[in-house]
Design a protein around this ligand. Structure first.
Ligand code: NAP
Length: 327
């Protein structure tokens, strides 16, 4: 697999990155700590070298105690810290029924100290603003990032769920290395930002690249989710209504036909679709299961032709999806 350069930095990573969120957040009860650490260690053996976590990826274990994703990642990566690019995010607090955004310089300063401690590192490779904060101008956030880079606390920075205007304003003050926005076959509304990133030399990191699992074809019924915990966000996602599943299956027919030619699963084709389509896109699929992690990673070796991508895009252009986070 050819490694991809992150923005204009000297950091290079494999074409498929690792979303660590589901181990402790949004997917039901958190995976028991030792098991989660094992998954993250195995991921490194598989070849993953781009780990994505966040300050707010907390959840609960089955016994009611708090699970903290950064702590789990920090513990897991100790032995191979220097072989991976470590990313985390600041600026979002989950308040139960809503999110709170705070990207003030004071809050960022407090957040970075907490993240460095939980991750057990003295520098974060890629530090994302998790969401735009309407109370703070992008120039102010970018200036704070510039200072953190000069102080050696972070190597580079990025923005998650940014608009193009915000990105351009921030980039003018301190070059942005990566944008991390939602992107999948079923969530294509940021394709304009992918083009802006190409122009600016910025990597586009695609989160929820398999539409929160819908494109794997593995979920045909909501009862498969961990509803007892009330912590499984997938239960309320529009792609998992009866209508959403029906539409997804219609798309999967085309995806699977192409998958057959490559001896690949729909999950793999959905990832290969975006990396073959855009040189600067790196998807970060997540899974708590080692076999799935291994299979997803292999998508980085699949070469799709322009005609195959076009065939899928033609189908997508005729469809409209209701997807979590959608417009
Ligand atoms: N910046 C942001 O605001 C933001 C927001 C959301 C997510 N993210 C990042 O993006 C990462 C991935 O996003 P995501 O987890 O929302 O969505 P995703 O990667 O599109 O899908 C993950 C879901 O698919 C399942 N899955 C994974 N591989 C599979 C396979 N091969 N076959 C069948 N099922 C499979 C997983 O379940 P199992 O665990 O049971 O395998 C999980 O439910 C997160 O870990 C996080 O780091 C960032």
């Amino acid at each position: 697999m050819n490694k991809k350069r992150l923005g204009q930095t000297d950091m290079y990573v494999n074409p498929i990155g690792l979303g660590c969120m589901g181990l402790s957040h949004a997917s039901g009860y958190a995976t028991p700590k030792e098991e989660a650490i094992e998954v993250l260690k195995k991921a490194h053996e598989i070849g993953y070298d781009f780990y994505d976590t966040a300050e707010c990826y907390t959840g609960i274990y089955e016994d009611g105690s708090i699970a903290n994703n950064e702590e789990i990642v920090g513990e897991a990566i100790k032995e191979f810290r220097n072989e991976i690019v470590l990313c985390t995010k600041f600026g979002v607090t989950h308040m139960g029924d809503h999110l709170e955004f705070d990207s003030s310089p004071e809050k960022i300063r407090a957040s970075i100290e907490g993240s460095l401690k939980r991750l057990q590192v003295d520098c974060i490779d890629l530090y994302y603003q998790h969401r735009m904060d309407p109370k703070v101008e992008p120039e102010v956030v970018a200036q704070t990032m510039k200072e953190l880079i000069e102080e050696g606390k972070i190597k580079a920075w990025g923005i998650s769920e940014t608009s193009e205007e915000y990105l351009r304003r921030a980039h003018a003050i301190c070059p942005v290395t990566a944008v991390e926005n939602r992107y999948s076959m079923m969530a294509r509304w940021h394709e304009g930002i992918i083009e802006a990133c190409k122009e600016l030399g910025i990597t586009y990191v695609a989160f929820s690249p398999m539409a929160n699992g819908a494109l794997t074809g593995a979920y045909q019924d909501k009862s498969q989710f961990d509803n007892a915990s009330k912590q499984d966000f997938r239960s309320n996602m529009p792609q998992y209504t009866e209508e959403g599943i029906k539409k997804t299956n219609e798309l999967l027919e085309v995806v699977n036909a192409i998958g057959k030619k490559h001896n690949a699963t729909s999950a793999q084709i959905s990832l290969a679709w975006m990396i073959n389509k855009h040189e600067n896109v790196i998807p970060i699929p997540g899974s708590r299961k080692i076999e799935r992690l291994a299979s997803n990673f292999q998508a980085g070796s699949i070469s799709l032709s322009k005609e195959e991508i076009q065939e899928m895009d033609d189908k997508l252009n005729k469809m409209e999806f209701k997807v979590f986070g959608g417009h």
